[in-house]
Design a protein around this ligand. Structure first.
Ligand code: F6P
Length: 358
């Protein structure tokens, strides 16, 4: 039997996941390995094991598809529960069951493609003696350990496209348009998407905003002859002296979303201008990856196999200085990269007259 390497995709989906899977398969086949794709994230590791053999033919043509052909979940038995020292803890018997499944089908190492929560789970599997390699994934691009994650560029492209469309209707009606985008803790998608789409104001979690100042800014634009304005707001943006907007989905579970409507309502009241809100939602997470995300995903997949071949288990692929390298998962987890208000990117936005509502 050929040596086997496992791969799974975990957490929210993201354009570029299939490029990673294809990269893993093509690189692994060169080494004479067989790739086992576990279904629906870590859940596929539970007995009896839900998996498919991924090969060259089965991954042909998948690079341009959004989502993940092996499924994913951000729920289930391996989901991080916060325990002592704020560390996520997966039950010991769950890890033992996964180890049993991996051993029974001859999988010697496991590539885990996921976000920060999935990397925390990967770390625990690694500490329990399962050979793990991490591949970071999030459209939010907010992991400190890697300069970029695939999926981000596609999300930014979706935001810019939405703004291009909203611009024409906003101008025709002399309206204020508020576009709510993803980004719970970090405003990268709003910042990059807003700049690319020619937004007039960008509201992000890292820079608390003031409704009065935002309204004054829009009124000044009107007085200067710009009767429409485009406001991009990250779902985690917070007004000064205010709170993030969350809604309860079920007992004990809250989800971000709704700040766009609140901002639209406040602006309409303070400017007297007709204002509409559009929530971009999962449109920014679906669909074909951009070329950049296809390339980055491919590079991450290939590098994950190379790291496994070199035996650097407990490592996560990382993009630094235009090179794909690796860092230890232990050093990578729980470290968010936030937008710095004094950064060049924010300064650039200010120079092109974008307001942050301060
Ligand atoms: O972390 C990625 C992300 O897309 C966030 O930006 C967003 O808040 C969240 O996932 C949405 O998750 P779900 O698909 O479970 O609603």
């Amino acid at each position: 039997m050929k040596p086997r390497i496992g791969v799974l995709t975990s957490g929210g989906d993201c354009p570029g996941l299939n490029a990673v899977l294809r990269g893993v398969v093509l690189a692994a086949e060169k080494l004479g390995w067989e790739v086992v794709g576990f279904k629906d994230g870590f859940e596929g590791l539970l007995p009896p094991g839900e998996f498919v053999i991924l090969d060259r033919a089965g991954t042909d043509g998948i690079m341009s598809l959004g989502g993940t052909i092996i499924g994913t979940t951000n729920r289930g038995h391996f989901i991080a529960k916060v325990g002592a020292g704020d560390r996520a803890v997966v039950a010991a018997d769950v890890i033992e069951k996964a180890r049993g499944v991996l051993a029974s089908i001859g999988v010697q190492s496991l590539i885990i493609v996921g976000g920060d929560g999935s990397m925390t789970t990967a770390l625990q599997l690694q500490e329990a003696g399962i050979n793990c390699i991490g591949v970071p994934k999030t459209i939010d691009n907010d992991l400190e350990a890697t300069a970029m994650t695939f999926g981000f560029d596609s999300a930014v492209a979706a935001v810019a496209d939405a703004l291009d469309r909203l611009h024409t209707t906003a101008t025709s009606h002399k309206r204020v348009m508020v576009l709510e985008v993803m980004g719970r803790h970090a405003g990268w998608i709003a910042l990059h998407g807003g700049i690319a789409g020619g937004a007039d104001a960008i509201l992000i979690p890292e820079i608390p905003f003031d409704y009065e100042k935002l309204a004054t800014f829009i009124n000044k634009r009107s007085a200067g002859g710009n009767h429409s304005s485009m406001v991009v707001v990250a779902e985690g943006a917070t007004p000064k002296d205010g709170q993030q907007v969350l809604h309860q989905t079920k007992e004990g579970e809250y989800r971000f979303g709704g700040i766009g409507d609140v901002v639209a309502h406040e602006l309409a009241a303070r400017t007297g201008k007709e204002t509409r809100c559009c929530v971009l939602g999962h449109l920014q997470r679906g669909g074909p990856p951009t070329t950049l995300d296809r390339i980055l995903g491919t590079r991450f997949g290939v590098q994950a196999v190379q790291i496994a071949n070199e035996g650097h288990f407990g490592s996560m692929v990382s993009y630094q200085n235009y090179q794909v390298q690796h860092v230890s998962i232990a050093d990578a987890v729980n470290r968010l990269r936030l937008v710095q208000p004094s950064s060049q990117m924010v300064q650039t936005a200010r120079e092109v007259d974008i307001s942050f509502g301060e």
